[in-house]
Design a protein around this ligand. Structure first.
Ligand SMILES: C[S@@+](CC[C@H](N)C(=O)[O-])C[C@H]1O[C@@H](n2cnc3c(N)ncnc32)[C@H](O)[C@@H]1O
Length: 394
């Protein structure tokens, strides 16, 4: 987390103070947009230093931005731009924190602004919130107070790879950015996965590590449980669980807000041409490698061995996949596609692809769409190893 131009630890302390509070509350209720910014800053500078005026405005604007990650709570919290980008969304933190409810003390290794520390404290734990950045600790302290959890969250400045605490249960959320860039390899995390695994072997047997959702399965130790978590259909993270936090070694997909999981059991679905419905598995199911398991559980089949689309003749409502009614499907051929679109009076609202080299956006311009006609989604994919096109009712 870089120290923001506006928000240093000292300015966070000031924002929490009785002097700043009424001003921050008023700005939070109506955060200035870009057009109003200069006028509002000028007014605030009659009362405060330019730094404090800027800190007030920045905090109010960050609270608004944070509403998506902290629904219903952001208005009372304290943020910094990078720390907010790195914070776990509240429903996901609440889900992962549930496993810790039966432990007393838990360490949050790399607490950032405290998103996970707060969830752990709400689950009933006492939390040692560790970070090496004073700004992170100032935010975590302010947020614990805002949530009425100050007695349960204990910020500690330390390097997490050199444990200065005596707690054998922990959560770790290593940084996934180098400057403005996202990192995609566990060795590039801050701290790296290898350092956290070494810590797990020597000091902290019961550990959960939050990782990038694209985590390759080769990084999963045999004794660990790997959980891929999505929220509202968007893949958020992979977590490796160790020690008594493991429910069962292996891979699982968890879908939020439904709060349901599907385990990878290695089931193989049959492969056949599409039926009446196309099913798009949740990305957590795909990443956990549980597409075959989902198909077998629901009585569906795959349309290609390598493609993560399923099909069936009945409509099944499941949190693990999205279903679309198939209007028709054919081997891929642009001329035929345009003939069929015209016959259907189809308004092409989206082009999706899976397993096709075609770029959807430029392809869409080649389609004979009927504006205001019947809404249709065009899917470019493969069926039993052949390029195929499927028309879905929107
Ligand atoms: C991804 S953020 C944590 C976000 C947090 N879970 C939340 O929800 O707000 C990672 C944090 O780890 C801290 N960090 C990285 N390496 C560290 C180390 N070796 N020791 C202590 N803190 C570290 C960074 O300063 C950063 O605040």
């Amino acid at each position: 987390m870089s120290t923001s131009v506006f928000l240093t630890p000292e300015r966070i302390h000031w924002l929490v103070s009785a002097e700043a509070r009424p001003w921050l509350d008023a700005l939070t209720a109506a955060p200035p947009d870009d057009r109003q910014l200069l006028e509002v800053l000028t007014r605030l500078r009659q009362q405060f230093s330019p730094e404090h005026a800027a800190a007030l405005v920045e905090q109010a604007r960050l609270r608004k931005r944070a509403e998506k990650k902290f629904p219903g709570r952001a208005k009372e919290m304290f943020f910094e731009r990078t720390a907010l980008e790195q914070a776990s969304p509240m429903p996901v933190s609440a889900w992962t924190a549930r496993r810790y409810g039966r432990y007393g003390w838990v360490a949050d290794l790399g607490c950032g602004l405290g998103g996970d520390s707060l969830a752990l404290a709400e689950a009933g734990c006492r939390v040692v919130a560790v970070d090496w950045q004073e700004l992170a600790l100032a935010l975590t302290r302010a947020n614990a107070r805002a949530w009425g959890l100050a007695l349960r969250v204990h910020p500690l400045r330390a390097n997490v790879t050199r444990p200065a605490w005596d707690v054998d249960v922990a959560w770790a959320d290593p940084g996934r950015r180098e400057g403005a860039q996202r990192v995609f390899h566990p060795d590039r995390l801050q701290p790296p996965l290898a350092a956290l695994l070494a810590l797990q072997r020597t000091h902290i047997p019961h550990l959960g590590v939050k990782l990038m959702p694209g985590l390759d399965h080769t990084f999963i130790p045999p004794e660990a449980e790997a959980e891929w978590i999505s929220l509202n259909g968007e893949l958020k993270e992979a977590v490796l669980w160790f020690g008594s936090l493991v429910e069962r070694p292996g891979r699982r997909a968890t879908v939020l807000p439904a709060g349901v999981s599907l385990w990878h059991e290695g089931a193989e679905a049959r492969v056949a041409r599409p039926g009446a419905f196309l099913y798009e598995p949740d990305p957590a199911v795909i990443r956990a490698g549980a597409v075959g398991d989902l198909a077998v559980q629901l009585g569906l089949w795959q349309i290609d061995r390598e493609i993560a689309y399923l099909s069936g003749d009945e409509l099944i409502i499941t949190p693990f996949a999205r279903a679309w009614a198939i209007l028709e499907h054919h081997p891929f051929h642009l001329k035929t596609l345009n003939q069929r679109l015209r016959a259907l009076q189809a308004d092409v609202v989206a082009v999706k692809k899976r397993g096709s080299p075609i770029a959807p956006e430029s392809f869409r311009r080649k389609l004979r769409s009927t504006p205001g006609g019947r809404p249709v989604i065009v899917v470019l994919t493969r069926v039993i190893n052949r390029p195929w096109m499927i028309l879905l009712a929107k």
